[in-house]
Design a protein around this ligand. Structure first.
Ligand code: Z5A
Length: 221
């Protein structure tokens, strides 16, 4: 894969901290794109292929036989990129090539936020992996932004055990949020910042409005 980053006009990502409401929003985007007659592939990271889903389980919900072995930040970064390498080649690129829209719950911005901001790994290293392993940027990234306490309270209200990353402390998630917001400020052309503190239906409506605006801009271009 070449080392340049290609911004693809039919590739959409959703980003944000936990409890931001990505699940509802992604379904609303799916419905809006389908209503316009497009083929839409919904996917997620880490994951999206059987192998990448296995890697997701290692990173987020390790089996008992490896659960006690601390996962280094470096190994975590390489695992999420290994999953992404598979995901891009097996799912994302083929779908884009046949003319479908691809909507992913998280992409490389999450690596900058979690492994860069949260774990403190160098952004330059992540950028190098992004160029060498991924080569692809979404045309539109919706950042669902909400206070860490609000998002965590929502996520904790679910009847589910927290995963490895959800067990991190608030300061980790504050750093994650700062990196997301910083990236959105520096690439306002790609990012749309969505106020995810609103009720779920308002968040979904804002997301769909932003997607429709983006589709219209592309039709005019
Ligand atoms: N990760 C990484 O470290 N590096 C990488 O490169 C990548 C990922 C790609 C998996 O992501 C983890 O992988 C993630 C980052 C890491 N770890 N964390 N933390 P994930 O997307 O599967 O995990 P998540 O972000 O933690 O998911 P989440 O908490 O489910 O977030 P969400 O999808 O945005 O939330 P939701 O499921 O739509 O909603 C959660 C709950 O809140 C649910 O009960 C809703 O009904 C409620 N909710 C949502 N929105 C609202 C509003 N507006 N009002 C009230 N209640 C709401």
């Amino acid at each position: 894969m070449s080392s340049a980053l290609l911004r693809h006009p039919r590739f959409v990502s959703l980003e944000g901290g936990e409890g931001a409401g990505k699940t509802t929003a992604i379904n609303a985007i799916y419905a809006a794109l389908r209503a316009r007659g497009h083929e839409v592939v919904l996917t997620r990271e880490p994951g999206g292929t059987p192998l990448a889903e296995r890697i997701r389980a290692i990173v987020l919900k390790p089996d008992a036989d490896i659960a006690d072995e601390p996962l280094s930040a470096e190994a975590e970064l390489l695992l999420v990129f290994a999953a992404r390498a598979q995901h891009v080649r097996q799912i994302i690129q083929p779908a884009l090539q046949r003319g479908a829209y691809v909507v992913t719950d998280r992409f490389t911005d999450s690596s900058y936020a979690y492994q860069g901001g949260g774990r403190g790994l160098e952004a330059d290293w992540i950028a190098d992996l992004e160029r060498r392993v991924v080569g692809l940027l979404p045309g539109l990234t919706l950042l669902l932004d909400v206070d860490v306490d609000v998002g965590r309270a929502r996520a904790n209200s679910r009847d589910m055990w927290p995963d490895r990353i959800e067990n991190e402390q608030d300061d980790f998630f504050q750093r994650v949020r700062e990196v997301f917001r910083d990236r959105a400020r520096h690439d306002a052309q790609r990012f749309a910042l969505i106020d995810a503190s609103q009720p779920q239906d308002r968040v979904a409506a804002d997301v769909v409005a932003r997607v429709e605006q983006w589709l219209q801009e592309q039709e005019r271009a």
